[in-house]
Design a protein around this ligand. Sequence first.
Ligand SMILES: [Zn+2]
Ligand SMILES: [Zn+2]
Length: 144
Amino acid sequence: MIEEPGSSEQRRGEDFADLAAAIREFQAEGFAVGEVTESVCGRCEGRAFRVVADDDVARRTCTACGTSEFIVDSADYWDEAEPVECECPCGGDKFAAAVGFSLHPDGEVRWVSVGLRCLADGAMGVYADWKINYGPSAHLVNLA
Ligand SMILES: [Zn+2]
Ligand SMILES: [Zn+2]
């Protein structure tokens, strides 16, 4: 879940490398994050999004072209979820996004973490993370 607003742990960053580092550090459920993939709009290659998420789903909408895309396998679970708009403690709602993947030794995905970096103040946090309990799942690393 999100880092506590206003805590001294609140990290700020400027780019994908900073966000990737924050996701690795967060290590959802204690699982080491092997890969981090930056979210890029499939239509216009934009990298700024509004994001709606529940505990185990997330969908991003490109602020440049309005295209909405599900993050990882969220489309499969969307109907059961109650996603809400992600908002930074500063009130910002536009983010750069990246997904961290914890991998099994064979390359299958064990856990995903959706990290967001606020484009207003740079605050970073993991807003959703969930388990992947099926296979094959190695292809999911391309669906940030
Ligand atoms: Zn776009
Ligand atoms: Zn912010």
